[in-house]
Design a protein. Sequence first.
Length: 145
Amino acid sequence: MARRASEQCEMDMTPMIDVVFQLIIFFVVTLKMTADFNKDIILEDGKHGITLTHENQPPSTFEIEVDRRGNISVHNARFSKAGLLAALKARVAKHGTEFPCMIRADYRTQHSQVKEVMDICGQAGIWKLSFVAIQEHKAKAGSKK
């Protein structure tokens, strides 16, 4: 019996690998990290004001964090005062002064440290600032009747 010569069948996997890597890059770039804020900051209770969620908060919001020791950070990246001023000036040069700027400060932070951040915003030309607080807990609100 004569053996038939079998032909080798090859498949080029390069395009498939390229597509998989492009999908991975796409999902990494478009993924919104939910833990991009400092969890050590405890916000002050606030029963007045509007409620912001990620759905109604503009994507161009610049959120500055001040922890209880006065350390300044943006998206968990620590900044010096000069570094924050440079970042804000670059943002103003790109977007103007109409982007929302929010300060998220720990309730134990000294007011003088928050004022320094406010002064830096003023030096960059930003005058419209908001402060982040949490809504008053319903248990507290119910007991204050």
